[in-house]
Ligand binder design. Structure first.
Ligand SMILES: [Zn+2]
Length: 165
């Protein structure tokens, strides 16, 4: 890493500490030529492989953008979106793979989004799974209802949304 001030290629690490709960390391460096200090951040790269074969770094922001679109007009706030993106990242990191096919990112979004908002989930799933007919929606809704019956946590949410109607 070249010094950002004098472009000298060599520097000395004066301090390093873990940030973002150990997912990155921040290093304070001192240039061995001009002695000025600068910071570098080192992070294990989690790559997403798109269908075209192109690889790009995993981005929580991209998850949020995609999900936000599905949440338009729904009672989902920014905090909830950030939390969802964090859950997605955690579940992807826990697979232990450094390269994830993009469709698996979509898969990792479906579960937390279903917990968050049923309508947003249906919108997202309809695009992601390319629903092609009304029957596809009906099947998914039936499954959604079944899941709500099974989980007592979701039951509260279901009652809330029923009360809104
Ligand atoms: Zn320098």
């Amino acid at each position: 890493m070249r010094c950002p001030f004098c472009r000298h290629p060599d520097s000395r690490v004066v301090d390093s500490r873990e940030v973002e709960e150990g997912q990155a390391i921040r290093r304070r460096r001192s240039c061995s030529q001009c002695s000025r200090r600068f910071t570098t951040v080192e992070e294990a790269v989690l790559a997403v492989v798109k269908r075209s074969g192109v690889t790009e770094p995993f981005s929580r922001d991209k998850v949020v953008t995609g999900v936000r679109r599905a949440c338009q007009g729904r009672p989902v706030d920014e905090d909830a979106l950030q939390q969802l993106a964090q859950r997605v990242e955690e579940s992807i990191r826990s697979t232990g793979c450094a390269e994830i096919p993009s469709h698996e990112v979509g898969l990792a979004i479906l579960g937390p989004l279903r917990d968050l908002d049923g309508v947003a989930y249906l919108r997202f799933a309809s695009v992601y799974r390319s629903f092609s007919s009304v029957e596809d929606f009906e099947k998914e809704i039936a499954e959604l209802k079944r899941a709500e019956e099974v989980s007592p946590n979701d039951l509260g949410a279901a009652q809330e949304s029923a009360a809104e109607r």
